[in-house]
Design a protein around this ligand. Structure first.
Ligand code: NAD
Length: 492
């Protein structure tokens, strides 16, 4: 029996029954049963949401002061905190992450929105000393209607990352959650209503990428797409968005290098390498999935990682003892299993995991898996698995590891461990990635810009930098001189 049924979707401040009679079925990945059904909007509802967003931008929302926008965001953040326990449980059911992870993610999402609540009335233009007899300044104006297209791996985080800056800067937003994980998006829509945002400022449209997502990407009245997902989807969106030259920011995948030099604090590096490889069942864009270890410590490190990987508790998302839950979908489980087989075919040495955990007959579970002696040019090392599959690669010199680290189509995150401070900076400057961490890994935070080089994306999220991606710059020049301007048409 389905435990949650949503017959209406949130459009323009109202709960609307979609015109079609289709429903989206959400599967609990720990049981493989459908546990929620959500009415499916289509093209008509996309048009409705865009029209409502436009009306809000022309009307009530444009009259809100920046400080009042911030207040509404702060209220939403507090409502999320109030309901965090319930939201965490729903997210664990829908996505499969352990409860302690979803709880942490929801608390952080509230902090993210709070940060942008505070930023709303600090979005300034500049005064420019263009001429002594002119006043030149810039204004940062909202871009307009933003469509946020979200992935299934971190649904609430991605919601907050996009909604916070979009609304702080005065845009209206249409959220399209991933079809696999729409339940918490529907719940947050209720909190948006309770917070009292004006009609049309936020709409939430669950639905399939090829339908609702594609309709938003092509819509002539949508001004910006803020997308997180696979780069191949970003490429399709870019083509669809070309019609009205939509502003696009893309956060895509990664195959991030995590480099351990022999002079590092190896105990700490080991713990962090484990976490960075297996967290969220490997369903994270920023995994340290290519672990480069300097030759003198390679064998020891290998044995330790393999032993620890075998101790990770794979289990039900609602069990407090669980370290990692199931994959979110049958498709992702099949993809991970395909890469495990491929790694073996390519000659990498399987030293931990490699199969389904014993005793878990239902659910999309997989063992944390480690391959040693992986060739950096192999498919296993070059393609994003999005599962708990770690590739270990030995290296001798700094030059060699830098060349291998950069030899990838991605460039999202990189981590390195060393006690040599000059080497740390030298590598940080040369590595092609949007976030480099030294003696820690992936410090993702609302204050720190985050995003990718190469196929890992376009633009940055987080930090105050992201506001640039949610505003248009308008330059205004006022002539203060009373002297007539020189003109080639003098005397006419
Ligand atoms: P995906 O690209 O399959 O789907 C993402 C979203 O795009 C979904 O909402 C989907 O419905 C929609 N979509 C699909 N086709 C579309 C189309 N033609 N037009 C418009 N929208 C469309 O990605 P996914 O499988 O949900 O997420 C996993 C990917 O996301 C991984 O590659 C991962 O690395 C990446 N990711 C990146 C970050 C980051 O911050 N860089 C964070 C999380 C996930």
């Amino acid at each position: 029996m389905n435990e949650r049924i949503y017959e209406k979707v949130f459009i323009g401040g109202e709960w609307v029954v979609p015109k079609g009679d289709q429903v989206l079925k959400s599967i609990d990945p720990s049981t493989e049963y459908v546990w929620a059904e959500i009415a499916l909007p289509g093209k008509a509802e996309v048009d409705m949401a865009v029209a409502a967003a436009r009306a809000a931008l022309r009307g009530s929302w444009s009259k809100f002061s920046a400080t009042r926008r911030g207040e509404l965001l702060a209220k939403l953040a507090n409502l999320i905190r109030r309901d965090a326990a319930v939201l965490a449980e729903l997210e664990s059911r829908d996505n499969g992450k352990p409860l302690r992870d979803t709880r942490g993610e929801i608390d952080r999402a509230a902090d993210w929105i709070t940060f942008f609540a505070g930023a709303a009335d600090k979005i300034n233009g500049e005064q420019i000393p263009y001429r002594p007899d002119a006043l030149a300044y810039t204004r940062r104006e909202p871009i307009g209607v933003v469509a946020a297209i979200l992935p299934w791996n971190s649904p609430i985080s991605m919601y907050a990352w996009k909604l916070g800056p979009a609304l702080a800067a005065g845009n209206a937003i249409i959220i399209k959650p991933a079809e696999q994980t729409s339940v918490t998006a529907m719940e947050i829509a209720k909190l948006i209503e309770e917070a009292g945002f004006p009609e049309g400022v936020v709409s939430v449209l669950p639905g399939y990428g090829a339908e609702v997502g594609a309709a938003l990407a092509a819509h002539p009245d949508v001004n910006k797409i803020a997308f997180t997902g696979e780069h191949s989807t970003a490429q399709q969106i870019m083509r669809a968005a070309a019609g009205n030259l939509k502003r696009c920011t893309f956060e895509c995948g990664g195959k991030s290098p995590h480099i351990i030099f022999e002079d590092a604090d190896l105990e700490r590096a080991l713990q962090v390498a484990m976490h960075s490889a297996f967290r969220s069942t490997g369903q994270s864009c920023s995994l340290g999935s290519r672990l480069f270890v300097q030759r003198p410590i390679y064998e020891r490190f290998q044995d330790q990682i393999a032993a620890l990987a075998g101790k990770i508790r794979v289990g039900a998302p609602l069990d407090p003892a669980t370290h990692i839950g199931p994959h979110t979908s049958a498709e992702q489980l099949a993809k991970t299993m395909k890469f495990i087989a491929l790694g073996q075919e390519e000659g990498a040495r399987l030293i931990a995991g490699g199969g389904r955990p014993l005793g878990l007959d239902r659910g999309y579970y997989v063992q944390p898996t480690v391959f040693a002696d992986v060739d950096n040019r192999s498919a296993l090392a070059q393609q994003e698995v999005f599962g708990p599959v770690l590739s270990m690669i030995p290296f001798d010199t700094e030059e060699e590891v830098l060349a291998m680290a950069n030899d990838t189509q991605y460039g999202l995150v990189a981590g390195l461990w060393t006690s040599d401070v000059t080497r740390a900076h030298r590598i940080a400057h040369q590595i092609e990635a949007g976030l480099v961490s030294v003696n820690t890994y992936r410090p993702v935070h609302f204050m720190l810009p985050y995003g990718g080089y190469k196929l890992s994306g376009i633009g940055r999220e987080n930090g105050l930098d992201v506001i640039n991606h949610y505003t248009e710059v308008k330059t205004v020049v006022v002539n203060l001189s009373e002297t007539p301007e020189p003109s080639p048409f003098d005397g006419i």
